[in-house]
Design a protein around this ligand. Structure first.
Ligand code: SF4
Length: 346
């Protein structure tokens, strides 16, 4: 993939910057060709009702932005018996990206960070827990150990205690100590900005590396996490289950310049609407593009109750969300999140 080329150290962005960089595509969807989504479809009346509710669900989030972030409210497409051509699938994928860009104009990385090192550590800590819980833990962590050198010199037991809320805290403390020492010793205290160097750090895999490249260094990257994989398979954009193969196939159909934001939008959709066990199809704003419409709850009233975070009127995952985030910030550790870390959609 193109990310493997060494890149100049780009201006370091926080989540807000990354979000705004990709949020300017709103009107493009209007010009898009209509996609034909092969799917099991409910009766017209149900579809109409679902689309109307989708408008309600997204309009609340969009209300704080005066831009063209209109609430999509399109009925699911008619069933087609014809298999979808590759070209039609590519067009549909790009339309999904554009329309999600209108719904989630504020899509951003959901880990709080102020520099590449903080994002790298936060991403490592996010394994097997929620971004919310990581965001509630890292303020104390970075206050105690602000630099890789500080972290590498930390007392392991004290570090473990700080990391305890994130789970698997002994293993995570070991990873953080190891990667901090490597950054200090091999990279002069600066997080490297190439995929090869990043994955050479202890505990850093391709997914973590792409999160850092895409959001701290502005290098396009696809983040294939559990939400991303599930959704692109529901959308029939790939049948692969191996993360590297999913990444390779999606990279063929989504333009490189969109990789980072497509990842954020897809993960936002997976966390808020298209959940693992019970997707809220009845209020899904892209149901007209989804072959899996009907896999989840179709009743708009019941589906609306499944919405998470700002879509459901609940706090988000970041304690410090970007300025255009239409929801409420997450509370600090011990605060009332409205939906606790344990039960929050990841
Ligand atoms: S919520 Fe339902 S209609 Fe929407 S993307 Fe997921 S499976 Fe498809």
């Amino acid at each position: 993939m193109g990310e493997q080329e060494p890149v100049k150290r780009a201006s370091r962005t926080n989540g807000a910057g990354a979000a705004s960089a990709g949020g300017a595509q709103g009107g493009a969807a209007k010009k898009a060709a209509a996609g034909k989504a092969p799917a099991k479809r409910a009766a017209k009346a149900t579809a109409k009702s679902a689309a109307g509710t989708a408008a309600g669900a997204t309009a609340k989030a969009a209300a704080t932005k005066k831009s063209s972030a209109k609430a999509p409210a399109k009925a699911p497409a008619k069933t087609s018996a014809k298999p979808e051509s590759h070209l039609a699938m590519v067009r549909r994928a790009r339309r999904i990206n554009r329309e999600l860009g209108e719904v989630y104009y504020y899509a951003h990385p959901e880990l709080d960070f102020e520099n590449p090192y903080q994002l790298l550590v936060a991403t490592v800590l996010s394994a097997q827990t929620t971004d919310l819980r990581v965001n509630q833990t890292t303020p104390a962590l970075f206050a105690a150990y602000p630099t890789p050198e500080d972290m590498a010199a930390a007392d392991p037991e004290k570090l473990e205690e700080i990391l305890r809320p994130t789970g698997f805290f002994r293993a995570k403390a070991k990873s953080v100590l190891g990667l901090s020492a490597a950054i200090s010793e091999r990279f002069g205290g600066e997080v490297p900005d190439t995929i090869e160097d990043l994955v050479s750090l202890p505990g850093v895999g391709r997914k973590t590396a792409f999160v850092v490249l895409g959001n701290a260094f502005g290098v396009p990257g696809l983040t294939v996490d559990t939400h991303f994989g599930r959704l692109v398979r529901r959308w029939k954009l790939t049948e692969q289950t191996d993360a590297d193969k999913v990444e390779a196939e999606i990279a063929e159909i989504i333009p490189k310049s969109e990789w980072t934001m497509f990842s954020h939008r897809t993960i936002f959709h997976g966390r808020r609407i298209c959940h693992s066990r019970k997707p809220a199809c009845g209020v899904c704003p892209i149901s007209h593009l989804c072959p899996s419409y009907g896999e989840g709850e179709l009743d708009p009233e019941k589906a609306r109750k499944l919405l998470k975070y700002e879509m459901g009127g609940l706090p988000g995952q970041r304690l410090k969300p970007p300025p255009d985030y239409p929801g409420r910030p997450a509370p600090p550790l011990g605060g009332n999140a409205g939906q606790g870390a344990a039960g929050a959609a990841r």
